[in-house]
Design a protein around this ligand. Structure first.
Ligand SMILES: [Zn+2]
Ligand SMILES: [Zn+2]
Length: 500
């Protein structure tokens, strides 16, 4: 027999959330303004008032005990959309204070987006969901298996028509993953032609740029050119310096971006706070020639050292998953670059046989000094690039890691500035006008956290460890995470691109 639920819990589970007054909070409004003591009233899913407020009869009162109350975090590059129907509590996100996820990233999205949004309407999640339309998804539908070439004019027009459908369904804009198949085979005019469609609908462009290592500077030139020629805001996804030769060149990169901004191009970036990425072996070989020893040596010497390349999934030889390239090379008595080619050969054979290479890796490629410079750039907002059930700890740890390690411990950003990068600035970069600030009339997406204790716990060996210090999270005025666990509430909404 289960004990009777307390009245407050019953109210939480009810469809209409009760009016709530959060008292004794240190409010950080998301605009960068200093924290101030205040109470916040929530009514009908929106923030009704902020200030010195007394409880009204029937109002649920939550005593914040002096903790920080901030807008819920907006994750501008999320892969949570992939598994939302399997994990509607989205605890990976809510447990770190995220209230809105932006999916459809790296060129991959649900298509048609209208169907995804309709299903989310019927099976809502704990978090709000917005999405870009993925170039790679649309390109694959138009070109099929014959995608290792530039698209013809008629193919580009067919891609444009599919993009128009997704823009009408409420996509925020166009996303590309130009380091991945099939996006890597696109010529710039194709991307430009699609970016112009997004622009015509008041949309944006967000990109995993064409190279994060060898051809990085050209890739940054390309996204700037797209912003210039298609006349729309552009955002560099998970910006990083991921090649030894580029370490220490954050100022060169930021100078390039600042010059573009001075020219009138609205270019911004999102960043996650880890020195290692999560991707595929394939992406390390832009020419997709896996038998090139010179390339393999360049990968090991310049991009990801053998001891920093961790196989997180390797279906061709499952026993190797969880091992580093260095360890596998030692087992085989080989030079790591030779082992790397062998890993790719087997993965490619599996891909040809089954359609799925069944591999993913975590690669340690960045330095903390560069990360901190990129975080400090005023036009950088925070993202996870994480998944709900992923093997990179960013899926569970990103926001607490920023607030613990990079704010409290290392002083890279002030607390108010960091919150701004997670909320108001992220909302501005995504074009959301109705959330991202603690302001009367905006959506009651809120997070209550303890800035003295907040910290990530997730690691590569325990990527799903919950962070500490997130006390309570509201989405649309309903509590979705409290007491260290998800509630049963599913108040998340589809956030369609607002009319321009
Ligand atoms: Zn990416
Ligand atoms: Zn991504």
């Amino acid at each position: 027999m289960r004990p009777a639920a307390p009245a407050a819990l019953v109210a939480l589970l009810a469809l209409t959330p009760p009016p709530t007054l959060i008292t004794n909070a240190r409010v950080i409004d998301g605009n960068g303004a200093p924290a101030r003591p205040a109470a916040v009233r929530i009514e009908g899913g929106r923030i009704a008032a902020i200030g010195d407020l007394a409880p009204r009869p029937g109002e649920m009162v939550v005593d914040a005990h002096g903790l920080v109350l901030a807008p819920g975090f907006i994750d501008t590059h999320s892969h949570a959309d992939d598994e939302l129907f399997d994990h509607p509590d989205a605890v990976a996100a809510t447990s770190q204070g995220i209230t809105t996820i932006v999916g459809g990233q790296d060129g991959g999205s649900f298509h048609p987006l209208a169907d995804f949004f309709a299903r989310l309407g019927k099976e809502p999640a704990a978090v709000n969901v917005a999405s870009y339309a993925g170039h790679g998804t649309i390109r694959a539908l138009v070109m099929g298996d014959d995608f290792r070439r530039a698209a013809g004019r008629r193919e580009v027009r067919r891609m444009q028509r599919r993009l128009v459908d997704d823009m009408r369904a409420g996509a925020l804009g166009l996303s590309t993953g130009l380091e991945y198949d099939p996006g890597i085979y696109s010529a710039r005019p194709e991307v430009l032609a699609l970016a112009k469609v997004a622009a015509a609908h008041g949309g944006r462009y967000i990109s995993h740029v064409r190279s994060e290592d060898r051809y990085f500077w050209d890739a940054i030139d390309e996204i700037i050119a797209i912003g210039r020629e298609a006349h729309l805001p552009v955002q560099v996804s998970h910006m990083k310096l991921a090649m030894r030769s580029w370490w220490g060149q954050a100022d060169r990169l930021l100078g390039q971006l600042d010059r573009a901004r001075a020219e009138g191009i609205d270019i911004t970036a999102d960043v996650y706070p880890y020195l290692y990425w999560h991707s595929t072996l394939t992406v390390l070989f832009p020419k997709r020639d896996f038998n090139d020893l010179t390339e393999a040596r360049l990968v090991v010497n310049e991009i990801v050292p053998a001891e920093g390349l961790l196989l997180t999934q390797y279906d061709p030889e499952p026993a190797w998953a969880g091992k580093t390239l260095a360890a596998i090379a030692a087992l085989r008595g080989e030079e790591p670059a030779v082992t790397l080619m062998e890993l790719l050969r087997r993965a490619e054979a599996q891909r040809q046989a089954t359609g799925d290479a069944g591999e993913s890796i975590i690669g340690t490629s960045m330095t903390e000094a560069d990360l901190e410079r990129l975080l400090a750039w005023p036009h950088t907002n925070i993202c996870t690039d994480g998944a709900l059930d992923g093997s990179h700890p960013r899926g569970y740890g990103t926001y607490p890691r920023i607030l613990g390690r990079y704010v409290r411990d290392r002083g890279v950003l002030t607390l108010e500035e960091a919150v701004h990068r997670m909320t108001g600035l992220a909302a501005a970069h995504m074009g959301f006008g109705d959330r991202g600030l603690v302001r009367a009339g905006l959506a009651a997406d809120l997070v209550l956290f303890d800035p003295a204790t907040i910290l990530d716990r997730a690691t590569t060996t325990e990527p799903h460890a919950l962070a500490v210090g997130i006390e309570r999270v509201w989405v649309g005025g309903q509590v979705v995470f409290a007491g260290g666990q998800a509630t049963a509430a599913r108040p998340g909404r589809v956030l369609r691109r607002p009319a321009p």
